[in-house]
Design a protein around this ligand. Structure first.
Ligand SMILES: *[C@@H]1O[C@H](CO)[C@@H](O)[C@H](O)[C@H]1NC(C)=O
Ligand SMILES: *[C@@H]1O[C@H](CO)[C@@H](O)[C@H](O)[C@H]1NC(C)=O
Ligand SMILES: *[C@@H]1O[C@H](CO)[C@@H](O)[C@H](O)[C@H]1NC(C)=O
Ligand SMILES: *[C@@H]1O[C@H](CO)[C@@H](O)[C@H](O)[C@H]1NC(C)=O
Ligand SMILES: *[C@@H]1O[C@H](CO)[C@@H](O)[C@H](O)[C@H]1NC(C)=O
Ligand SMILES: *[C@@H]1O[C@H](CO)[C@@H](O)[C@H](O)[C@H]1NC(C)=O
Length: 399
């Protein structure tokens, strides 16, 4: 009996010692996030362990390392540390297909496992902008498309026009484990877009700074002309210059000058140099309409200037910028005269009004007299009524 009892005790002790590890804790791991191409560091720890081996296995349940023994022939997988308390391995040159649940097992009875998720971030490719036509024609409708492939999770694309954000239409497609993201901007080209910088920016968790690609738009548009005179009040004998200021892309060349619909007079005083027409000494015979015309491959445009040569000592035509405008005094004079006339008229109306009002009073007195002059009461009433009607008519008239 005692022997039997001892045997049971011994068996119990053996079992207890075998299962001792089982009383320990589960291995401790951490989820790992790594950028594609980087190195994943997989660490597994146990606080208490009596020389029981730790093991790492991949999402396909293949053993990578069992203690310090390499189990899978993959040169990217290396041992960092293998002790009874820790098993750390690294997986180099990580690819998107390495992503998944990795398992760390502690070979006690029963086996205790903990899983760690390895997240692999797909790095987006540098963005490319397509759809640029160089140059673009004004009023063309163009679509700029920026695309980036290989991101995981899908990258974000933003558009900027001269650093101001504009919104495009986004499209995301999955290609294998990564994503291709595309964003399109469609707009009608305007001359203000000439020289505008369109930037596509790709933002992603794997990038500390966004990737940016910029394209500068070149827009061709028809010329737009304007004539700028060197003097506001040209006088006889002065030096005078007209400049034909043109904008347009390509820059409109050459500039053609004409006067009153015909050729420029062939005189020494008049010199044409490209967009400038110079008259060395102004003469009244230079009066007329000057026109400049320029074209590029998108069209022709013109501008006109009517030259009016003032007499030599025209008042107010000094070059002093503080001088009063030539028509200033005239306006003031006219204004003064008008004010005086209005004032006199008003006075006349008031005086006339008072005079007539007094007359109305006289009429009303006559009305009262009607009753006295009448031979009888009836006539008096008729007279009075008649006069009254008269008075009212007058009253209306005065008002
Ligand atoms: C991996 O982790 C171990 C332990 O934390 C550390 O010693 C080692 O430097 C790490 N290696 C890499 C490549 O991060
Ligand atoms: C673990 O193994 C080492 C030798 O490999 C040994 O010296 C040590 O006593 C063992 N520890 C336990 C708790 O079994
Ligand atoms: C690890 O990742 C898995 C899968 O993404 C998730 O379910 C789990 O909660 C994560 N664990 C920790 C500790 O973050
Ligand atoms: C996404 O897929 C659709 C349909 O297959 C295709 O028309 C489109 O061009 C794709 N877009 C991208 C960004 O690859
Ligand atoms: C203007 O031209 C006429 C004729 O060409 C000439 O007789 C006159 O002297 C000129 N006047 C001035 C101010 O140059
Ligand atoms: C030019 O204009 C001035 C100012 O009106 C006028 O006196 C002169 O006669 C004009 N000359 C010609 C040639 O039209």
């Amino acid at each position: 009996m005692i022997v039997k009892h001892n045997l049971i005790f011994i068996l119990y002790s053996l079992c207890a010692s075998v299962f001792k590890g089982g009383q320990g804790q589960f291995p401790i791991t951490q989820n790992v996030t790594v950028v594609e191409g980087g190195t994943a560091n997989m660490t597994c720890r146990v606080d208490y362990n009596d020389n029981t081996s730790l093991q790492w296995s991949n999402p396909a349940q293949q053993t990578l390392f069992f203690g310090d023994k390499k189990a899978l022939r993959d040169h990217r997988i290396e041992l960092v540390r293998a002790t009874s308390q820790e098993l750390t391995i690294t997986i180099g040159d990580v690819s998107l297909s390495d992503e998944g649940l990795y398992t760390c097992s502690l070979f006690t009875m029963p086996v205790k496992t903990t899983k760690a998720f390895l997240t692999v971030l797909g790095v987006p490719a540098r963005p490319e902008i397509t759809g640029f036509t160089k140059p673009a024609m004004e009023r063309d409708i163009i679509t700029l498309t920026c695309s980036t492939s290989g991101s995981k999770p899908a990258a974000n694309i933003r558009w900027f026009r001269n650093d101001k954000e504009v919104h495009g239409r986004k499209e995301v497609n999955a290609t294998g484990k990564s994503f291709t993201v595309r964003s399109s901007l469609q707009f009608q080209v305007d001359r203000r877009d000439d020289g505008a910088a369109y930037t596509c920016s790709v933002e992603h968790v794997s990038l500390s700074n966004p990737y940016m690609t910029t394209e500068v738009l070149e827009v061709h548009y028809a010329p737009q002309l304007q004539i700028e005179p060197s003097l506001i009040i040209p006088q006889e004998g002065q030096y005078f210059k007209l400049e034909c200021v043109s904008i347009g892309n390509p820059i409109p060349e050459p500039v053609l000058w004409s006067k009153d619909g015909g050729e420029l007079p062939d005189i020494e005083r008049m010199i044409v140099e490209g967009r400038e027409l110079t008259i060395t000494t102004l003469n009244k015979t230079d009066n007329g309409t000057y026109r400049c015309e320029a074209s590029n491959h998108l069209g022709t445009s013109s501008a006109e200037y009517v030259l009016f040569v003032y007499a030599k000592d025209f008042p107010g035509s000094t070059t002093d910028p503080n001088a009063v405008a030539p028509h200033g005094p005239d306006h003031a004079l006219i204004g003064g005269v008008v004010a005086v006339v209005v004032f006199i008229t008003l006075c006349l109306i008031i005086v006339l009004g008072r005079y007539l009002a007094r007359h109305k009073g006289t009429y009303l007195t006559h009305e009262a007299k009607g009753a006295e002059d009448a031979p009888d009461a009836d006539t008096a009433i008729i007279n009075a009524e008649g006069n009254h009607v008269h008075a009212e008519e007058k009253k209306e008239y005065f008002i």
